[in-house]
Design a protein around this ligand. Structure first.
Ligand SMILES: [Zn+2]
Length: 50
């Protein structure tokens, strides 16, 4: 049953996650930069904790 539960969680995450994956939650910009092992917004500079 562990597998079924995990699948549920994952699909829930995917619904919300995948579209917003490369977007800043703060300003909505999709100009995400990657530097020093961190993603951050190229517009407002918010560090995205992915
Ligand atoms: Zn931003």
């Amino acid at each position: 049953m562990a597998m079924a539960r995990k699948k549920e969680e994952k699909s829930l995450e995917a619904v919300e996650g995948e579209d917003a994956l490369k977007k800043c939650p703060d300003c909505g910009s999709d100009k995400v930069e990657y530097k020093n092992g961190e993603h951050y917004c190229g517009k407002c500079g918010l560090v995205l904790d992915w």
